[in-house]
Design a protein around this ligand. Structure first.
Ligand code: F6R
Length: 607
């Protein structure tokens, strides 16, 4: 997501240091950049859309005066990538400037309250409420520290912020809730950042800031307090020995593994979608006569799962279609009554854009789900929603799949509500259960990763794998297959388990490995039948299985347990995690670099 970096130096100009710190965040992807410094009781600010070098060439980021300042790289979530939406965001008086990483869920209510108190808003960001809240608190006579404290207690959602105030020339105030924040202490000054790479040129002495804490940085020290109790915390710095590359991967050996581990927090962000966008998309879907879910690769696999959600919860037929086939398969049938819900992490995949262009020409309604606000998809779509997974650097999509499913699950719930197809009890149950998914994913990673690594070691010489599932687990199976073949180069086959006896079963011989996706759901009995068919022919069974399902555990040669009591339609999110890890460790066992699979590009911009 966004990168934040604030620094108070004992002497010398801070702007060039912040500029070079932000350059160390470039690898993550961003769309805008900005720096603000405080000098002689005034805030100096430069920000714009574009890459750091472009913005520097346009505005010279280094000549901002002063030894204290804050800098930001923005990955748009609320509001397009425009200069006005870049950070720092300021209050009405231009005396308070804020940079932020995270999502403020209640920003719309807060903005309305502040507008009623005559605050003027210029951006479309959720962040802008923060400087105005602080301004309001300063007006009541609170000092800078207390004004920030009061403001953050009003914020719902996630944040790591750095704030400067022209009336406090030697202080940066930082606060954290559910977004990363570290403090660096050196004999040249003190800094705060979302990312260790920015801090490393200054120091390797780091203090972690915990959730619910505020840090007051001055040139020689940092004061940390609990926001709620105002108790002062004493915490000693620890020394880190990471190289820049290790720091960029947060200590993980590969971006893919880092991104797999990031899924619990990205899914939590996925539960913070803006209600008005969900409602808008739901309204379009509700009045559509024919809906095509168009995507490629992993995004297509998410669409397959979504088609089960929409039909089961909303009685709505949606057609998942591979974008490259769309025109030939359905082109002539597309008309003014058709809706295209295009799903693309990058928002730039040529096959998807080509399909959209064709459908637009035939007057269809275009909707989008994407990770890239400002991408071509967001420009051509009538309405779109962000999947909120943050920059994905590993070529193999991991958090994309689970975050897109989180969006689909909430769209299906909203639509089910409008259409009245699901009882109130069932709606309450599903809504409660979707909230539990991020924690479940965390639990699966923590408990199962070692075992999955061992399983990968055991099966590393196998030349081919089968992935089978029934119902919505078909989508999990095809995504597991895609991961394994793209990064471990193992030819693999995925099918709905029921279809396997219509041909693919001929491949089975002694020791042929078959990975079954086995939630305890309505398909269980039939799936056990499919497992028996494979076992009877000598197949080796690896099951990703509900922990309470002893029957399947007994049948399997190896199994990975998933916590029980997950609603069938939500299972692809937790059940895909072991398959992502399996693919990752198979690549490692084979000595391959999972971040750079051969012949593949992160964004495929050719037809
Ligand atoms: C698979 C993968 C690709 C992408 C596909 C679509 O791990 O990364 O299959 O999913 O190229 O990309 P987007 O979602 O950007 O349209």
């Amino acid at each position: 997501m966004c990168g934040i970096f604030g620094c108070v130096l004992q002497k010398g100009a801070v702007a060039p240091l912040i500029h070079s710190g932000l350059k160390r965040l470039e690898y993550r992807g961003y769309d805008s950049v900005g720096i603000a410094t405080v000098f002689k009781g005034r805030i100096y600010l430069k920000k714009d859309r574009g890459k750091i070098d472009e913005v520097h060439a346009r505005w010279n980021l280094n000549d901002l005066p002063g030894k204290m300042g804050i800098g930001h790289t923005r990955w748009a979530t609320h509001g397009a990538p425009l200069q006005i939406n870049a950070h720092p965001q300021v209050d009405c008086s231009g005396k308070v400037a804020v940079i932020h990483n995270g999502i403020i869920e209640n920003f719309a209510e807060l903005r309305d309250e502040l507008i009623n108190k005559n605050h003027g808003f210029v951006s479309k960001t959720d962040t802008e409420v923060i400087p105005h809240l602080i301004e309001e608190n300063l007006k009541t006579g609170l000092d800078f520290k207390e004004a920030v404290r009061e403001a953050v207690t009003k914020l719902e959602g996630s944040y790591a912020i750095c704030v400067v105030y022209s009336g406090a020339p030697n202080k940066i105030i930082s606060a954290r809730k559910a977004s990363p924040l570290v403090i660096g202490i050196s004999d040249k000054g003190v800094c705060a950042s979302s990312d260790i790479p920015t801090v490393l040129p200054l120091t390797n002495k780091i203090i972690e800031v915990n959730n619910g804490e505020i840090a007051v940085l001055s040139e020689k020290e940092v004061e940390i307090r609990r926001i709620e109790s105002w108790e002062r915390i004493s915490r000693k710095p620890c020394e880190i020995t990471w190289t820049l590359e290790m720091a960029q991967k947060q200590g993980y050996p590969h971006f893919m593994l880092k991104e797999i581990h990031e899924q619990p927090s990205r899914l939590q962000d996925g539960l913070r979608l803006q209600e008005n966008y969900l409602n808008l998309l739901t309204t379009f879907l509700d009045r559509s006569k024919e809906i095509y879910l168009i995507a490629c690769g992993t995004s297509y696999n998410a669409c397959v799962a979504a088609s089960y959600m929409f039909s089961n919860l909303c009685n709505l037929i949606t057609h998942p279609v591979l974008a490259s086939e769309f025109v030939e398969q359905y082109g002539n049938a597309v008309n003014i009554d058709s809706t295209i819900l295009a799903v693309s992490q990058s928002g730039e995949t040529a096959d998807v854009l080509n399909a959209i262009e064709y459908a637009r020409f035939r007057a269809a309604t275009i909707l989008g789900i994407t990770n890239s606000i400002g991408s071509t998809l967001t420009r051509v779509a009538r309405a779109y929603i962000s999947q909120q997974s943050g920059p994905e650097i590993g070529v193999a999509a991991t958090k994309t799949f689970t975050s897109q499913l989180m969006v689909f699950a909430q769209l299906a719930l909203h639509l089910a509500k409008i259409r009245g197809k699901v009882s109130q009890n069932q709606m309450d149950y599903l809504t409660e259960k979707i909230q539990e998914i991020p924690a479940l994913v965390e639990e699966i990673i923590q408990i199962q990763e070692k075992k999955i690594r061992k399983i990968a070691k055991k099966y590393k010489e196998k030349a081919c794998f089968y992935f089978l599932g029934r119902g919505i687990s078909t989508a999990t199976a095809i995504e597991g297959r895609l991961k394994l073949l793209e990064i471990a180069y193992i030819p693999s086959i995925a099918y709905p388990a029921g279809e396997s006896k219509h041909g693919p079963i001929s491949l089975i011989e002694q020791g042929f490995p078959i990975i079954f996706v086995c939630p305890k759901d309505s398909t269980q009995k039939a799936l056990i039948g499919n497992i028996m068919e494979m076992k009877a022919r000598g197949g080796t069974i690896i099951a990703v299985v509900d922990e309470s399902n002893d029957e399947i555990k007994k049948l399997a040669d190896d199994y990975i347990e998933i916590p029980a009591d997950i609603p069938e339609l939500w299972t692809p999110i937790p059940y895909v995690i072991p398959l992502q890890l399996f693919a990752y460790y198979m690549a490692i066992e084979k000595g391959l670099n999972p971040d750079m699979p051969r012949n593949l590009a992160k964004s495929v911009t050719v037809l």
